[in-house]
Design a protein around this ligand. Structure first.
Ligand code: PLP
Length: 382
């Protein structure tokens, strides 16, 4: 049996046809930047997140950069984010000229560890960017309380968590600003790059919209210098169509995760927990294994594709060597980087596929636990 890591076509012919029609429609309308598709999607997505404003951007990295700039963050400031994430969470901080400060993750959920985060605060800390990693919301209430008590801003990195909930509220509405990515493989993905920023603050929203569009007020009147980071019209039209399926897709991912959890029980492989007050949308389904490269190779031989998110903790990337973090720091994130293994998950994955993955994985891991049994010397009493 073949189990791909993701399968964009698992959702059927009819749906593909609808998306092709949507793209054709935009082409025949002949407007590719701005226009009613953008406004329609922004309005729908803001409503989906339970906030007032949504601003489309060119990608998720820019969304975080623009949010930080909206708070006036730049050189001399510090911004804290998770040591275990995709580089974009940290890169956007450096793009403003501010300093990246990493915090370790919690051993149980894998999201940013609030007490470790607290230790990293300095008078220069201007913002915190918790990451809703793998689709699970970070522990937002204590983070927002801590930050706001010190006048620090909180920006959700919700790139992996469209539709996830925390204490009954949808991500995007849990802090000052939230940023999403519509990279194709995300839970809500475009046919290329895309992203957005959501907020309830009308002043910030107006500034961010202008900044993302060259600081422009009228076509050739610019109040300040911004950047060019807009959501394309074709992508907005596609996303608006896909948004109607998002809850169904997330539910399909949650069902798959439930099956995995149940089937994996006997293997005793560690899994990240999903606390009672949070609903993950399982952008990824991640376990941890010993001897990862051997496990991956054996799974691949059995037709199963896997991923690693992420093989190197951010402080250990060559790009962040200059921070000279202590080798004793970020113990959890660093050990997870060596062990994490992402199993196939996507809307429409079948229960047969999941059972096959678990069957193969448990056989492989059992083999690892009794390595080289053929060489074990048994002492036999004479
Ligand atoms: C994908 C992702 C981003 C960045 O999104 P792009 O659209 O690829 O720029 C940011 N943070 C996290 C955690 C991501 O997974």
């Amino acid at each position: 049996m073949k189990v791909p890591f993701v399968d964009f076509n698992a959702w059927g012919e009819e749906y593909s046809k609808r998306l092709q029609d949507t793209v054709s429609q935009v082409i025949s309308e002949g407007a590719f930047i701005g226009g009613p598709h953008i406004g329609a999607f922004e309005k729908e997505f803001a409503r989906y997140c339970g906030v007032d404003y949504c601003i489309g951007t060119g990608n998720g990295t820019d969304a975080i950069f623009i949010a930080l700039r909206a708070f006036g963050i730049g050189p001399g400031d510090e911004v804290i984010t998770a040591a275990n994430s995709f580089i974009a969470s940290a890169e956007a901080i450096t793009m403003t000229g501010a300093k990246v400060v990493f915090a370790d993750c919690s051993p149980d959920t894998g999201t940013i560890n609030v007490s470790d985060l607290e230790k990293r605060l300095t008078p220069r800390t201007k913002a915190i960017i918790p990451v809703h990693l793998y689709g699970l919301p970070a522990d937002m209430t204590p983070i927002v309380e801590l930050a706001h008590s010190k006048g620090i801003r909180v920006i959700e990195d919700a790139a992996q968590a469209h539709g996830a909930t925390y204490q009954g509220r949808t991500v995007g509405s849990l802090a000052d600003i939230a940023c999403f990515s519509f990279y194709p493989a995300k839970n809500l993905g475009a046919f290329g790059d895309g992203g957005c920023i959501v907020t309830n603050d009308s002043t910030l929203a107006a500034w961010m919209r202008m900044f993302a569009n060259h600081g422009r007020t009228l076509k050739y009147d610019h109040e300040f210098e911004g950047t060019n980071s807009r959501l394309d019209t074709i992508q907005a039209a596609v996303l608006n169509e896909k948004l109607q399926y998002l809850d169904e897709w997330n539910e399909s991912r949650r069902q798959a995760a439930k099956l995995y959890r149940h089937a994996l029980t006997e293997t005793n492989l560690p899994l990240f927990t999903e606390p009672e007050d949070r609903q993950s949308v399982y952008h990824l389904f991640v376990t941890r294994v010993p001897d990862r490269e051997r496990v991956r190779a054996a799974l691949s031989e059995a037709g199963i594709d896997t991923g690693i998110h992420y093989p190197v903790a951010l402080p250990d990337l060559t790009a962040y060597k200059y921070l000279e973090t202590s080798p004793d720091d970020f113990r959890v994130a660093r050990s997870y980087a060596r062990e994490v293994l992402s199993l196939p998950i996507y809307p429409g994955i079948s229960s047969d596929q999941i059972e096959y993955v678990v069957y193969q994985l448990s056989t492989i891991v059992r083999g690892l636990r009794q390595p080289r049994t053929e060489f074990t010397v048994q002492w036999i009493e004479p």
